[in-house]
Design a protein around this ligand. Structure first.
Ligand SMILES: Nc1ncnc2c1ncn2[C@@H]1O[C@H](COP(=O)(O)OP(=O)(O)OP(=O)(O)O)[C@@H](O)[C@H]1O
Length: 335
């Protein structure tokens, strides 16, 4: 995007404020202080708690199983994060209704409800709305957007991290040092509303004041990023994947119930019936997981061309039916 495209449109009613920096740089601590200052201003503000919204295994398994494989962890985490961003965008578009969390997204409904609690406000009255995101990889859509980069010495991050009850592995921090880039408004015009706070020492009241001014300025100068927006494309892709998986899930359930009926009619004994149900259910879960992954990462999206969700789901169910028949015939012939 060129600087000309990042033009200012009318005043935004909402702002995304991204807090970035190394683990233990003090993002959550700063977020809590911004929340209380925002409340004093009469603003509606919330922290988007990725850690609560995203299932724990999306963070944990990759670290435990593969050592520190940030690439893999990032891919798994990215698809969940995309679902969270989709919910936020939906909320910003129609802030009178709480958007539903897509059931297949793996996002915690309870955490989402808690995050958005109290944000609707009384009808007619709409004070500025601020979403605080702890996120090192955000790419903004069209709205008020700003970034606070917490600059903290590596040694301080490592020592603060180690004194936490659940520290992240030190290797993760060392890996992130190599990858983390501070905001660069010269290169990325959407990063124009960015400041750096030194969090090696104490974050002062005047630092908080700078953040509040930054958010105000971002609200007054929302970005308009035009059509060719990666984040929007990713959101569309997620929406499509969720629809296909949802419809395929329904179709697979019907196929499973037919298969169970066939087995019953063929007098398959109860123990084998239980095994059949378990195998079919496991096979369906794996199948849908892979289907979702396929739609999120592999299906090419051509601009202006819509994926035919119904057709895709039907085709997926046909493929699942082949697996199902195999399981059914194994169980029946074993009888
Ligand atoms: N400016 C500061 N000076 C000293 N200690 C701090 C400062 N900011 C935060 N801490 C302490 O450092 C630890 C990590 O802080 P915090 O949880 O805010 O980091 P974080 O950047 O949100 O970490 P993560 O990204 O891993 O969630 C906490 O124990 C917190 O009390």
């Amino acid at each position: 995007m060129t600087t000309e495209e990042a033009v200012s449109v009318s005043r935004a009613s909402a702002c995304l404020c991204v807090l970035c920096g190394l683990p233990a740089a003090g993002k959550s601590t700063l977020a809590r202080r911004i929340l209380s200052t925002a409340a004093q201003h009469g603003w509606r503000a919330t922290v988007v708690p990725y850690d609560d919204l995203i299932p724990e295994q999306a963070f944990r398994t990759k670290v435990v199983e593969d050592g520190v494989n940030l690439q893999e962890m990032h891919t798994e985490w990215k698809s969940h994060r995309q679902a969270v961003l989709y919910c936020i965008e939906q909320f910003l578009q129609k802030s009178e209704i709480l958007p539903e969390v897509p059931s297949s997204s793996g996002i915690s409904v309870a955490a989402w409800e808690q995050c958005t609690q109290g944000l609707m406000g009384p009808k007619g009255l709409k004070p500025p709305l601020v979403f605080l995101l702890d996120d090192n990889f955000y790419y903004p859509n069209s709205l008020g957007f700003c970034q606070v980069y917490l600059q903290c010495d590596l040694e301080s991050c490592i020592s603060r991290n180690q004194s936490r009850s659940q520290p992240v592995p030190t290797e993760v921090i060392l890996e992130m040092v190599k990858r983390l880039e501070s905001p660069n408004p010269q290169k990325n015009s959407w990063e124009i509303n960015s400041i750096t706070l030194n969090s090696t020492g104490t974050v002062s009241k005047s630092d908080i004041q700078r953040v509040m001014e930054l958010i105000s300025s971002a609200l007054n100068n929302p970005l308009s990023l035009g059509e060719d927006n990666k984040e929007q494309k990713d959101a569309d892709r997620l929406k499509c994947a969720n629809s296909v998986v949802h419809q395929a899930d329904q179709a697979c359930r019907r196929l499973i119930s037919e298969a169970m009926k066939t087995a019953r009619e063929n007098k398959v004994p109860p123990e084998r019936m239980r095994s059949l149900a378990a195998q079919l259910s496991e096979s369906k879960a794996t199948f849908l997981h892979n289907l979702r992954k396929h739609f999120l990462h592999e299906v090419p999206f051509i601009q202006g061309e819509e994926i035919n969700v119904e057709h895709a789901a039907k085709r997926a169910a046909e493929i699942f039916n082949d697996d199902l028949k195999e399981i059914l015939s194994r169980i029946m012939n074993d009888k």
